[in-house]
Write a protein that binds this ligand. Structure first.
Ligand code: BGC
Length: 484
């Protein structure tokens, strides 16, 4: 009896060992690794004023310019969501990332008017995804603030904290049963830099010296408020996870032997990723931001720093507001030391002071960035919430296959060689969509014919390729050879 159970134990051990060795040798993705793809409401939905939806800052931004290209119709996912779910299913996706349009649920952003038709739309989508065993990853805010909330000050005002909290609570109450992965805000750096620091995105305030930092301050408090609402009122019953999405390129020193370039690299990452991740994972802004912006503000004659100072209570409230690490990353940038400019016009750019190259594709960059994150933040589970390749379009998108394959291979290195806990990867995007002002920049696995009334979807070569990777759970370069 003893002998036979020992033999059984041995057989089980050998099988387990061989199983994981096979996984390693063939570089199979771990069993629980989730392949996904991402979208955002304004970029795909269209239906900008249908069924009671209110006006967002993006609707207003393009309409007031009389722009030819807008998100009014986009991929028309507001009507074609069944086909989108079908495509996600046929690709074999394990998760589908979507965002909720705040104005579809709350037309003016406040609880004063709740739009049932908007709620029904997302309920249909979420239920359909669940029925097809696809995990929805839901972003609460992917840049499309209600115009009304923006007029009240948007992220320049601390009033946003409660408005955002009310909106988030309603989403948890209404959709929480179907959602295991929540994201409060997508890419706060972009929101604050392009919308508050510059005039590239709405609300186009161009306050590069101070508004940009006020935005970051209120945004982090809004994020933390939503996190705590979920934690205190919903997590125990709904058992989901919630975090913020940070965005960062990998930065390489132009001269790897130059201490100054190396320091510049560190500062560049801290001003980008650290700007938000530091407060969420460690408490407070990165010290280099506190010091540089503080010193420069003083030299400019200001009585306090342009970077708002957190109270200890705020630090404690924001610190730890993450259940997983969600990272968007697209490429690598080379940085060169640049001497600090004398005080003059206040700007995020002179606060940072760096000369950088254009962003370029570099699959090794993601592994280095993941290690950088792991060394500083003890991030727990990591999901790559966006990564993808832009081109001018066409079905033969070998460049996209090469790009995604390189980045996935590098993620496998991070998992198997660096022991990092990367649990998922989301391609931006499942389909071509409205790239915030342009339909010419194509990111999709699936082509969308924006000239056709039907917004016809056609699978590109990369869609078939990704389907195959998901199906075999490995990359073609490695999974053929069965070494064992
Ligand atoms: C954003 C997406 C955008 C993508 C490609 C990310 O920064 O979250 O909305 O379309 O990059 O530019």
């Amino acid at each position: 009896m003893l002998k036979s159970s020992m033999a059984l134990g041995y057989i089980i051990l050998v099988c387990l060992f061989n199983g994981s060795l096979a996984q390693l040798n063939q570089r199979l993705f771990p069993d629980d690794f989730m392949f996904g793809a991402a979208t955002a409401a304004y970029q795909v939905e269209g239906g900008w004023d249908e069924d009671g939806k209110g006006v967002s800052i993006w609707d207003d931004f393009f309409h007031s310019q009389g722009a030819n290209e807008t998100g009014d119709v986009a991929c028309d996912s507001y009507h074609k969501w069944r086909e989108d779910v079908e495509n996600a299913k046929n690709l074999g996706l394990q998760f589908y990332r979507l965002s909720i349009a705040w104005t579809r649920i709350l037309p003016d952003g406040t609880l004063g008017n709740i739009n049932q038709k908007g709620i029904d739309y997302y309920l249909n989508v979420l239920k359909a995804l669940k029925e097809n065993n696809i995990e929805p990853v839901v972003t609460i805010y992917h840049w499309d603030a209600p115009l009304h909330i923006s007029k009240l000050g948007g992220f320049l005002s601390s009033a946003i904290v409660d408005y955002f909290g009310d909106y988030a609570r309603l989403l948890f109450q209404t959709f929480g049963e179907y959602v295991k992965y929540w994201i409060t805000v997508n890419e706060p750096t972009i929101v604050c830099e392009l919308g508050y620091g510059m005039d590239v995105f709405p609300p186009a305030l161009a306050l590069i010296g101070d508004g940009i930092y006020q935005c970051g301050y209120n945004l982090l408090k809004a994020h933390a408020h939503a996190y705590h609402i979920y934690e205190d009122e919903f997590k125990a019953t709904q058992k989901g996870k919630i975090t913020i999405v940070t965005e960062c390129a990998w930065y390489e020193p132009n001269d790897p032997t130059s201490t100054q370039d190396l320091e510049t690299r560190e500062r560049a990452i801290q001003f980008r990723l650290g700007w938000f991740a530091n407060a969420v994972y460690l408490g407070n802004w990165p010290q280099v931001m506190i010091d540089r912006i503080g010193n420069r503000s003083q030299a400019e004659g200001l009585s306090k720093s342009r970077l708002p100072q957190f109270t200890q209570e705020e630090i404690d409230y924001i610190n730890g507001t993450h259940d997983y690490f969600a990272l968007n990353t697209y490429g690598t940038v080379n940085v060169t030391y640049t001497p600090e400019a004398p005080p003059g016009e206040a700007s995020y750019w002179t606060d940072l002071e760096v000369t950088n190259s254009d962003t370029y594709d570099d699959p090794q960059g993601i592994r280095k960035l993941l290690n950088w994150i792991n060394n500083r933040y003890n991030p727990g589970e990591i999901i790559i919430s966006e990564n993808g390749k832009v081109n001018d379009g066409g079905l033969d998108d070998d460049d996209r296959i090469e790009y995604i394959s390189g980045y996935l291979s590098s993620i496998l290195d991070a998992i198997y060689e660096d022991n990092l806990n990367v649990i998922g990867y989301g391609v931006w995007s499942i389909m071509d969509n409205f790239e915030w002002g342009s339909y010419d920049k194509r990111f999709g696995l699936i082509e969308v014919d924006f000239d056709s009334p039907n917004k016809t979807r056609t699978w590109k070569k990369s869609a078939y390729w990704y389907q195959d990777v998901i199906n075999r759970r490995c990359l073609a370069t490695t999974c053929q050879e069965n070494i064992l």
